[in-house]
Design a protein around this ligand. Structure first.
Ligand SMILES: [Zn+2]
Length: 337
């Protein structure tokens, strides 16, 4: 129920364009009035609007999943001033538009065919690690590309769903089945069970947090309550699951989708300022990118510019999300895994 309310609210805020993706997640916009079906002219009114909730229910809503205290350490490993955690959501094999032909899905194939190897070359050149959150179907269909990622020994493989399904539209049993399938496929292709999870489209159902604990994940990376790592609380209690937070502003999909194109230089300015402030605060600078988006030439030039800038500063610790999670685990959270 709470998940449905969150989804409804997100659909209203985002217009169903970002978080929901498919219109089915936002409802059809029809309702029954006096035995007849009508279609509202603009948007369906929420059946259970938050303005009608009791004070107790609003409190319960916010306690359901919340952020524990910041786990920003006094100093990062190697006595570093700032931590930099790069991530790529890699999902070749995801079927974006079911179609009689594969032509509408070629952008998905660019992901691993061009974007991934180009980005891996850049990471190799700068000798920096990254976390790759991968859909299970990618590992099953294109296991050689998983081996390309793991070949250097620097990068992490995390889970990004089975086929980029929207968790908030699934039953708990179906979500468990797909998560187990994704973990198995990624473990088989990479030789190691993943410890990190990023839900497709950052969607979260009522069941997701419980499933992450059930499968023994170390951390999640898809929430936005802070810029620094924290422990996820459920119903007011610590879960032992760490969060490496994300933000739309630090996600290439915000800037480079065809509906909303930005120049790479404008993105460079924003991300450099985010890094500069994180450096000043001694915090974490985290980025979310996609090989099929950031793997294009002009954007790779920008990423190299940013890497060179950050590597020009003293005390910058480049780490995978897993390494960040392990570094902060003992700094105040209850996590004992
Ligand atoms: Zn994704």
């Amino acid at each position: 129920m709470i998940g449905a309310a969150i989804r409804r609210l997100a659909c209203l805020i985002l217009g169903g364009s970002l978080l929901c993706g498919a219109s089915a997640a936002c409802g059809s916009g029809t309702s029954a009035v006096s035995g007849q079906t009508r279609t509202p002219p603009v948007a369906d009114a929420p059946a259970d609007p938050p303005s009608s909730w009791s004070d107790a229910r609003i409190g319960e809503f916010w306690r359901r999943v919340s952020a524990g205290p910041s786990l920003k350490p006094a100093r990062w490993p190697h006595d570093a001033v700032v931590a930099v955690a790069l991530s790529f959501d890699y999902q070749m094999g995801t079927v974006y538009e079911p179609s009689p032909t594969a032509s509408t899905n070629t952008n998905s194939q660019y992901d691993g065919r061009v974007g991934l190897p180009r980005l891996l070359r850049v990471l190799d050149k700068h000798r920096v690690p990254a976390s790759f959150f991968v859909t299970g179907v990618t590992a099953q269909l294109y296991p050689d590309t998983i081996r390309q990622i793991t070949a250097s020994g620097r990068h992490e493989i995390g889970v990004h769903g089975w086929i980029h399904e929207n968790n908030s539209t699934l039953s708990a049993d179906e979500e468990r089945r797909l998560l187990a399938k994704a973990i198995a496929a990624l473990a088989a292709a990479s030789g190691r069970k993943p410890v990190g999870y990023r839900s497709p489209s950052w969607a979260f159902s009522d069941a997701t947090l419980g499933l992450l604990r059930e499968f023994g994940f170390l951390y999640d990376s898809g929430m936005m309550a802070d810029e620094e790592p924290y422990e996820i609380f459920m119903d007011g209690r610590p879960t032992g699951l760490l969060e490496i937070p994300v933000e739309w502003m630090r996600d290439d999909a915000m800037y480079f989708q065809r509906q909303n194109p930005h120049s790479p230089q404008a993105v460079y300015e924003t991300w450099r300022a985010e890094f500069d402030k994180a450096y000043e605060e001694g915090g974490l600078f985290q980025l979310t990118m996609h090989p099929r988006i950031s793997g294009h030439r002009s954007r790779v030039v920008m990423l190299e510019q940013l890497l060179a800038y950050m590597q020009g500063r003293r005390g910058v610790w480049f780490a995978t999300h897993e390494q960040v999670a392990r570094a902060v685990r003992g700094s105040g959270g209850s996590n004992s895994r």
